[in-house]
Design a protein around this ligand. Sequence first.
Ligand SMILES: [Zn+2]
Length: 341
Amino acid sequence: MTTRLLMKLMEIPGTSGNEGDIRKAILREIRKHVKDVRVDNFGNIIAHRKGKGPKMLLTSHMDEIGLITKAVTEKGNIRCSSIGGIEPISLIGQRVHMKARRGMIHGIVTTPEISDDEEVEEIPKIKDLIVETGMSKKELTNRGVSVGAFLNLEQKSCMFGRKISGKALDDRVGCYILLELARKLRKSSADIYFVFTVQEEIGLYGSKTSLFNISPDLAIVVDVTNSDDAKEHPHEVSKQVGKGPTITIKDEEMMSDICLDKYLMKIAKGKKLPLQMDVSDEGTTDALSIAVSKGGIPTTVVGVPVRNMHTTMGIASLKDIGRAIIILEEFLRKPPRKCIP
Ligand SMILES: [Zn+2]
């Protein structure tokens, strides 16, 4: 496992709707392993490893949560709107950057109270945050920063022990897993589409358009899920970082395909690898839009648990990522024909 690639993918900006940089980086990597690679009208990367047997679709989303400029105040502070689900409190003290004329502009997320060292009496909402850039409104305008400018979250990736931390683990972990699988299956005869989608965080949009020209027999979405191991009571804990990859059986809006889930469990058991079952009340993934496309596609979600998921300081286990790759590789080499209607 080349964790350097994962760390690099995490650091590249790619807020939903502004995925240009991360798309370029993934294109460079996937072209090393798959010949037939294209970008659809919406911005998704579609890489097809032509082969025999069932058409299998693997997806991960390349976009990440972030901020966008709503207004620039006279003092040159930026007021923002969020892109994707973010807890405003987790952004305070974090660095962001904007692409501007003559290079990058950096900013710090804070609130007027924190900036003036006053007591914070209420939990801030997104509208209460300000991004201090150290520049005047005039300077910002001259550099091309105005309403609509994207603010990318910024954080260096780091390793501690067998864990990795940083921003955008959601879902650069998935992108990394797909790239690893494409590399490992370079000589396989299986028919696999590796699709890297855009605009998942704001409405699962990329996966919808990506299916226009693909009719897969089955699909696996590779995306992270939140861990719950910070809870005190053991009965509240079902997904722990380091205790194995996850299969999402149910989320807020979707039921995954039982046949695919059972087959994945069988593979994990055969390889003596731990697997955790994910049943959650909140959130969903690209699997929702894929499962209900084209008359219905058997679909499930394989992922790894992440702590602090929608923040710039997520934590995941490299062991879980490695185990997910082993299970998915076996799945792709021996697809479950009985699960195809
Ligand atoms: Zn995700």
